[in-house]
Design a protein around this ligand. Structure first.
Ligand code: ZN
Length: 499
């Protein structure tokens, strides 16, 4: 091993150790920390992240990466090291183009905007957030100009969250989807179906926790390589493929929501638990492509979890855990988890209207980045888009533009990955049906782990080492298209709603 490669690996190991400590603190803060413990933990976190930042942007690290990238050295590297060196070099060059004082003020504006967003949401008043959002938009535009001087800013942002994606590519598949979905949703809503009042009850939190364990085990989450915790907002955290944690939010008033959060986060976690061991601790060791990641969580949550056959082998067991569910038949349960209605809040939306919530955000982001729209006009534009696509107008900003935190920290370009994941899912479904057979039958017979194994082999084990376009080409053998997911929506919902 060359000196440069040896030193490269040492620095990566040092950073991994620091990140490991960072993750442990973060998990602790989110799950079990007493309220007054905040300061000590956040000081440690700031210290550790600064250390990692210093190491990964240092002159030494940059010189090593340049050396490893010379023809002579590069050819001697293993395939994994080649991938990591290329990616790390790209990242460091991008980061080093940002002046340090600009970076510092970016982080400060980000923090202030986060607080203002929370205050604005609580007060239901957009004017509290507006000046901060304006600043955040300007700073984000400036940031991408530094990072990617040759790229269109919005394309650069989209690419940052899902490598290879551009506005044009999103436009194409989202338009395809929109054209098919808007009429379908109109037909569904016109049925005038009512929600089942049996779900307006209180349920046992203990039972919800037990059900979470059952579901995670059932879909293939390994408790030898992972654990669970309780937080306000569910998330997945990965230390290495040997320790991947999921959190959930439990509520007496909602018996199905924690189930679907468990399956969703479980999908993210199964991905990370099954990344090939040899990638552990490397840049490729965790999937950094958000569309690809989301395609896994949403595949489990929606394509599998909202299929009636998923529940056939386990519904009675869940009824034993929560006896109140004995009064609810599997058919009623199935209708409930696929109840479609036009609603205001993205995170509470069903799988069909959810797509339009993302399209609304994508179209507003285009207004922001391509047309430099006045921030004060955004709430009105938001409401108009909601009316256009979902036929409803939010009565206040908390129900509309203030609901998500993403824009407060400058995560523009992030939302589209959620829907891209769903579009990939339609393509996987088509391929699984071709290679493993009818998923209704597989699920009904309780053979869901065969699907997990298929995903492990085709997608998970590669971590980040295969880029999204390569994954889709290798797994599905064609370009990204919205047609398969549209077919799934049309077939499924015309049966449920008899249309
Ligand atoms: Zn997710």
């Amino acid at each position: 091993m060359s000196e440069a490669l040896k030193r490269y690996k040492e620095i990566i190991t040092e950073c991994n150790n620091l990140s490991h400590a960072q993750n442990t603190i973060y998990w602790d803060m989110e799950t079990i920390m007493p309220k007054e413990g905040f300061k000590g933990h956040s000081d440690s976190l700031t210290y550790l992240s600064t250390e990692v930042f210093k190491k990964t942007t240092s002159d030494e690290f940059y010189e090593i990466l340049k050396t490893l990238n010379t023809k002579e050295e590069f050819e001697k590297l293993s395939d994994i090291d080649k991938y990591c060196v290329k990616e790390d070099l790209k990242d460091i060059e991008k980061d080093r183009r940002v002046p340090a004082d600009f970076f510092e003020s970016f982080v400060r504006v980000q923090n202030e905007a986060g607080v203002a967003w929370q205050d604005a949401k609580k007060a239901n008043d957009f004017s509290i957030f507006a000046p901060h959002l304006k600043k955040m938009i300007d700073m984000t535009k400036q940031m991408v100009k530094y990072q990617y001087p040759d790229k269109d800013p919005y394309d650069a942002l989209l690419d940052q969250y899902e490598e290879g994606m551009t506005r044009e590519a999103y436009d194409k598949i989202f338009n395809e989807l929109k054209e098919g979905l808007v009429p379908l949703i109109k037909k569904i809503v016109a049925c005038g179906k009512k929600e089942n009042p049996k779900f307006n009850d209180t349920f046992s939190i203990q039972a919800e926790k037990e059900t979470e364990k059952l579901l995670l085990n059932y879909i293939g989450f390994s408790f030898d390589k992972g654990t669970t915790g309780e937080t306000e907002h569910p998330f997945t955290m990965e230390f290495s493929s040997k320790d991947v944690r999921v959190s959930n939010h439990f509520s007496e008033d909602d018996v199905t929501d924690p189930m679907f959060s468990a399956i969703h986060e479980g999908g993210h976690a199964i991905f990370e638990q099954n990344v090939s061991e040899e990638l552990d601790g490397t840049t490729a060791g965790s999937c950094k492509y958000l569309g690809l990641h989301e395609s896994q969580s949403r595949f489990y949550e929606n394509i599998l979890g909202r299929n009636k056959n998923f529940w056939i082998p386990i519904y009675e067991k869940i009824q034993e855990i929560e006896p109140k569910l004995k009064a609810i038949s599997l058919d009623e349960f199935y209708e409930k988890i696929n109840f479609v209605k036009n609603s205001f809040i993205r995170t509470a939306a069903d799988e069909v209207t959810y797509c339009l919530h993302i399209i609304v955000r994508f179209e507003l982001e285009k207004e922001i980045f391509l047309n430099n729209v006045d921030v004060d006009l955004l709430p009105k534009l938001w409401n108009e888009k909601m009316q256009e696509y979902l036929g409803i107008t939010p009565s206040c900003p908390a129900e509309g533009i203030l609901q998500d935190m993403h824009w407060s920290d400058g995560s523009f370009g992030y939302f589209p990955t959620y829907l891209l994941g769903t579009i990939y899912d339609g393509m996987y479904l088509e391929k699984i049906t071709e290679e493993l057979g009818d998923i209704d039958v597989i699920l009904k017979e309780g053979r869901i782990l065969e699907i997990t194994k298929w995903l492990n082999e085709k997608i998970h084990k590669y971590g980040s080492s295969r880029k999204p376009k390569e994954v889709i080409a290798a797994v599905c053998g064609k370009e990204v298209s919205a047609q398969p997911i549209l077919k799934y929506f049309n077939e499924k919902y015309s049966k449920i709603y008899n249309i």
